[in-house]
Design a protein around this ligand. Structure first.
Ligand code: AMP
Length: 444
């Protein structure tokens, strides 16, 4: 199959030729003809499947072939995305694919000055890529009008709900013309996403390019059990002994990101970090340096790394397991792209066993455990099994004499010290779409 056979026009084919895209990916093969015909779309496709070109190419074609010239402060296609990084990346894709077309595209997001964005909108834009919060600010200030809107794309819709954008989305949707084409892309399909789809889409074509929630098959995944306090030491040991080249490392918290970055730098490893507390230019610069190979280790939180497009990344390390199981799938999607093989290793401590069980239930496989001889944990990570259960260990005979009644705590010889008992349950906090949104998690 070729891009020409999907009905794309010559200026787009020329761009694809220049980018050396030879064959459409499965999501492109299904999405492009349907979007060209004007159909709504509900696609289960994650980053790395070529989904961006799947919607950008036919939209650029439709915007070229039909509809009026864009009026001032108006937009003709709106792409909503969860993060600034993804906004930049999607906008760059539109620009690359549309380089031979007379269309204007631009990305707006928070964390940077709003004034240049207002200026840019004055002439009108054929394609606006936006995060919901900043778009709503612009709308409230009359900097953007939707009367000319032909098409709406919700990219990574699950993530937008996870980040607590439901209220902004509600308000924006109310302002959009009812007659329009709508495309919804999501890596996962919770009930909240299905409710969103029912409300937003008209007779959509459903596309599912990989089994839902299944992690990329070309990625070799395993875990190393380790005590929490020795994770940084283990990472350094692995980095050196395995002679890792470029590594993307995921850490749960911003503080944890900074600590690991500092630790690596103290050991002479060129490391940089991205998280929600860093200003946007700093994040983009770190990403650029990593992409160009100036930095060996990029330490990131999930949200900051969302939408990172790094080709042929050989290795992803989960320094901490994500609390939201779906994030595991997103993380390891950074490697093993486009048929290349990749590796994803997780450093797992006893505290994280519930997260591990949730991830294994989601990806429908039990991760292989490979012990690192000098790092066998004192607090063993309980065994898990398919289906997400944590196996309870039969009670050991008591090793120590019981203290006298009423004095001190009874030591039951369990796998955990008291403080290591897993507390957090790996549940996904998706706000009901039309309900009260959770705004807490905007800047992990
Ligand atoms: P996406 O899933 O949209 O984030 O795309 C993942 C990566 O695949 C990006 O680097 C794209 O430039 C690349 N890509 C998308 N479609 C194709 C294609 N048909 N042939 C080769 N590379 C592609």
């Amino acid at each position: 199959m070729t891009f020409a056979s999907l009905g794309l026009i010559e200026p787009l084919l020329r761009s694809l030729d220049g980018l050396d895209y030879q064959t459409p990916t499965p999501v492109q093969a299904q999405a492009i003809p349907a979007v060209l015909k004007g159909r709504d779309l509900m696609a289960a496709a994650q980053t790395g499947t070529g989904k961006t070109a799947g919607f950008a190419l036919p939209l650029l074609q439709r915007l070229t072939m039909e509809g009026p010239q864009v009026a001032s402060n108006s937009v003709r296609a709106l792409v909503l995305v969860p993060t600034r990084e993804l906004a930049e990346q999607v906008q760059q894709s539109f620009q690359a694919y549309g380089q031979h077309l007379p269309l204007r595209s631009y990305a707006v997001y928070g964390g940077v000055s709003i004034n240049p964005q207002m200026m840019k909108l004055r002439k009108g834009l054929d394609v606006l890529v936006a995060t919901p919060g900043r778009l709503l600010d612009l709308y409230r200030q009359n900097a953007v009008k939707f009367a000319q809107l032909q098409c709406l794309v919700l990219d990574e819709a699950d993530r937008m709900l996870d980040l607590g954008f439901a209220r902004e989305l509600d308000e924006l949707f109310a302002a959009l013309p009812k007659k329009r084409q709508t495309l919804l892309f999501s890596a996962t399909f919770s009930e909240a996403i299905r409710a969103l789809a029912r409300e937003m889409l008209r007779d959509p074509l459903s596309i599912e390019v990989s089994p839902r929630n299944a992690a990329a098959k070309s990625v070799k995944q395993w875990l190393i059990p380790v005590d929490k306090k020795r994770k940084a030491e283990l990472f350094l040991h692995l980095y050196r002994s395995k002679r890792w080249s470029q590594v993307l490392v995921f850490v749960k918290t911003r503080k944890g990101v900074d600590e690991l970055e500092g630790e690596l730098q103290r050991h002479g490893i060129s490391a940089d970090a991205i998280h929600g507390d860093k200003p946007q230019p700093t994040r983009l610069r770190a990403l650029q340096r990593f992409k160009q190979g100036e930095v060996q280790v990029l330490v990131a939180t999930d949200v900051a790394a969302r939408g990172l497009d790094i080709d042929d990344l050989p290795l992803v390390v989960n320094f901490d397991l994500p609390i939201v199981a779906e994030d595991y799938v997103h993380r390891i999607g950074r490697t093993g792209r486009a048929g290349a093989s990749g590796q994803a290793v997780s450093l797992v401590c006893a505290d994280e066993v519930q997260h591990l069980a949730a991830i294994e239930a989601l990806i429908q496989q039990v991760l292989q455990r490979i012990d690192e001889p000098d790092f066998i944990p004192d607090h063993r990570v309980p065994q898990t099994q398919a289906g997400g259960q944590v196996l309870k260990k039969p009670k050991k005979p008591k090793q120590k004499p019981l203290p006298a009644a009423g004095k001190g705590k009874v030591h039951l010889g369990s796998w955990f010290e008291e403080d290591d008992t897993p507390k957090a349950k790996a549940v996904r906090k998706v706000p009901s779409f039309a309900g009260k949104p959770a705004r807490g998690g905007r800047k992990p």
